[in-house]
Design a protein around this ligand. Structure first.
Ligand SMILES: Cc1cc2nc3c(=O)[nH]c(=O)nc-3n(C[C@H](O)[C@H](O)[C@H](O)COP(=O)(O)OP(=O)(O)OC[C@H]3O[C@@H](n4cnc5c(N)ncnc54)[C@H](O)[C@@H]3O)c2cc1C
Length: 367
């Protein structure tokens, strides 16, 4: 029996299959209630580079209900052609109807590469599609490229994050990968760009509707680091869980979220959802304030793409200052409440920002 199984080729594993019809790099745009996840635009930015290298079109797939606006947005973010499947049954994400649409589009239009965000829904959908096609899937990539043989080089941390593994799928098409949010940069939104829009009929079988979404209840503890414009993150320097309330005050004053280093998470001071870094979330906010965080490489890889980094640390030699645009040396228990107060005062028209922060010199940033 084992011998028989060995001799029998896997479905689709014929080396003589002609894949030349497969062309184009496709990004599946993830949305909820008509609002796209930032990772979708970030992936379109990176996929534009891959498509140009392959001299292929950049494709987007938008699935949902009343999502015509998103199809246009996909064009503004770089797509040459957008496939849109719009139906009331697709209003909320469910694995079977969404994967049915994706499978139809992939089989009909044959993209060479399919990418989606490594979000809860993206991981679920990508796994279902790859299993059905069948094809290979690299989950949670942090680097993407293509080689001279048009192979997708999807790299991701491996072996307890100690090395970066580059994974190829040589025998199947499309080549698939999910990618982390916050790693790639979206193209600037440009309304002068326009995409060809292709309407796809909904491929939904009544059998596919085995679950009903009755509504959404937002978690009160919900953390959305991936899409946050401002993150105030705390580390072991906080000395205990209580100090996170100081960070929350500052984050609330700035309209942001609270993040954390792994040390703070491992100590049980805050949930893993808040962890930023190699084994946490990769973030790209406009402002990242690192409080009592030393700046270990595993933390920095997760936040170094922030537009502005402010570090608050009592040790002037702390590595985090090398990555910071603004550094404040001192005790966080004095600085954070003062900052929160200053931000609140400024919001109510009382203080200029120059009164709060002094930019670091280039030497201070280690440049
Ligand atoms: C495989 C692997 C994966 C990892 N993944 C991650 C990850 O995803 N994210 C992550 O963060 N880490 C990760 N780490 C851990 C990382 O190596 C560091 O151990 C961790 O980031 C350190 O956290 P910290 O900066 O909070 O603590 P520490 O390094 O202990 O730094 C605390 C800082 O607080 C400052 N401080 C103390 N008291 C005060 C005060 N009163 N006021 C101001 N400053 C003060 C100190 O000067 C110090 O710089 C990983 C490690 C490994 C091996």
């Amino acid at each position: 029996m084992a011998e028989e199984r060995k001799r029998k080729p896997m479905i689709g594993l014929q080396s003589d299959t002609d894949w030349s019809e497969y062309r184009g790099v496709m990004v599946v745009v993830e949305q909820r209630a008509g609002v796209a996840k930032a990772v979708s635009w970030q992936l379109l930015g990176e996929a534009r580079r891959l498509a140009d290298k392959l001299e292929s079109p950049l494709l987007a797939l938008v699935i949902g209900h009343q999502v015509q606006g998103l199809a246009r947005e996909a064009g503004y973010h770089g797509a040459d052609r957008v496939y849109i499947c719009d139906s009331p049954e697709l209003a909320s994400y469910r694995t079977r109807p969404y994967s049915r649409v994706c499978l139809y589009v992939i089989r009909e239009y044959k993209p060479e590469i399919v990418l989606m965000g490594a979000t809860y829904a993206g991981r679920d959908l990508a796994g279902a599609i790859a299993t059905h096609l069948p094809t290979g899937l690299t989950a949670d990539s942090t680097q993407l490229d293509v080689d001279d043989e048009r192979l997708l080089l999807a790299s991701r941390p491996a072996f307890s994050e100690k090395m970066l593994a580059t994974i190829l799928c040589k025998q199947f098409k499309p080549q698939m990968a999910t990618a982390r949010a916050g790693v790639f940069e979206a193209l600037p939104r440009d309304e002068a760009r326009s995409a060809e829009i292709v309407v796809v009929p909904p491929q939904i079988d009544p059998e596919d509707i085995s679950t009903q979404v009755l509504g959404f209840v937002e978690s009160l503890e919900r953390v959305n680091l991936e899409d946050a414009d401002v993150i105030v993150a705390g580390g072991r320097g906080l000395g205990g869980p209580g100090a996170f309330s100081l960070l929350k005050e500052l984050a609330d004053a700035l309209g942001g979220e609270v993040g954390a280093s792994r040390a703070a998470v491992d100590l049980g001071w805050i949930g893993h959802d808040h962890q930023v870094g190699q084994t946490g979330t990769t973030v790209r906010p406009k402002l990242y304030i690192a409080v009592g965080i030393s700046g270990a490489v595993q933390h920095v890889v997760g936040m170094q793409n922030s537009t502005y980094i402010v570090a608050i640390n009592k040790d002037s030699e702390a590595p985090i200052f090398r990555f910071a645009n603004y550094g404040i040396k001192g005790d966080l228990f004095q600085i954070v409440p003062a900052l929160a107060q200053a931000v609140r005062a400024r919001r109510s028209g009382g203080l200029s920002p120059e009164g709060v922060l002094e930019p670091m010199s280039a030497a201070g940033r280690g440049e």
